[in-house]
Design a protein around this ligand. Sequence first.
Ligand code: FRU
Length: 471
Amino acid sequence: MSEVSLLKQLARSLMTGQLIAASDPHRQQWHLAPAVGLLNDPNGFIQANGRYHLFYQWNPLACRHGAKWWGHWSSADLVHWQHEPVALLPTEDYEISGCYSGSAVQNNGKITLIYTGNVKYTDGSRTANQCLAEEMPDGTFRKLGPVIPLPEGYTGHVRDPKVWKHDGFWYMVLAAQSPDIKGKILFYRSEDLQQWHLLGEIAGTYLNGLKEFGYMWECPDLFPLDGQDVLLCCPQGLAAEKYRYLNLYQCGYFVGQLDYQQAKFPHGEFHELDLGFEFYAPQTTETADGRRLMFGWLGMPDENELAQPTIKYGWVDCMSSPRELSLRNGKLYQQPVKELQQLRQSDGFRWQGSAQDAPELAAVSAEIMVEVSQPFTLTLRDEASMSWDGECLMLTRRNWRTGEQESRYWFGSLTSLQLLLDSSSLEVFINGGEACMTARYFPSPEKRTLQFHGTGTVSIHHWLLSACMIE
Ligand code: FRU
């Protein structure tokens, strides 16, 4: 479809939908969410000339997946965001089924996007082109076309380029699927972002000591952190175990050492990045002050997603809060970025005593730090709970599609929890970020508080968080 027709449809979608979406009681107060329609992966996360830019997979025309666009927000502080002109619309033959996920770099002073042009055929097959687009002075993007056609020896499932610069060369990791339907990560090099050389497969099923490990690894990201290299990826097709891999698709990381010369990435074990329910397709960037920050999508496709109650209001899914990463003893730690503290409305409320005597606390848009040493339970708006029995921290919620209770688990020695709560999401940071558990949930709007239970002592610090709308 032509750009003009798509933009006319976008206008109608926003004119009819925006007020309805804003009136949803489950509308997020301070997480980034689509004005209308469906949002999925964070794309092109970068800090350029003092501003953060975050692009996102977007279907502004319906609450379902389909021919994706790239929406675009920018911010000086990761808290106050503004809408930017829509960056990419699927108008060209080489991207007609969607401008799929990708990344951003700064090249010759311009933000340059590298994304997947996805093409689906009527017989169910598909192909993919890795494409470029560059920033124009008015904040729109000009497409430069495909630079990598479908590589030989792979199926049509090749996507999600993540590009960075190292020692004067551009490098890319790219998700691909071999003809025997196994997930692989390809590694490329370029001098100019135009001509790319495939150096080889650096990770995937049957590589680096892995056996069967899924049929597709979506959204790779590879970056140095605290002296090592970390590969984030989203393997699809891992069998669920009793306490692990409980979501339909996984999202996790490997720690290793990238050898640029040999194009090898020997790595350790796979760890899940978030032990909750909805956290997928994360992407990182390095900030001017040397921090490695990450956004993830608080969604999970193909299962419960399209039964979310927000669809009645014409929007679905949102971003995670921005998280800062660090590596300690081979483990990836995640913490909410310090900028989020601006949302705290005051110095907060402190309380210490036996859990069962703790006051009920506001939980719609709030942050809470809890120090614990003994078993306790926390119920959240009668829709979710966290309980600690001395060995296992269990997050339970009501599945909004089936109505059944379902749980996720973390094992270890618990000392502290930090919860970031919004109208329909909870993000839990365990022991200063040693592990995370994230979930969407849709409590009745009149249920607004959390309660503690148990006889052990808890020490609490609670803040109300301000709403922060995109401007
Ligand atoms: C991950 C993903 C990517 C793809 C995009 C399409 O959620 O499937 O692999 O590029 O979403 O929207």
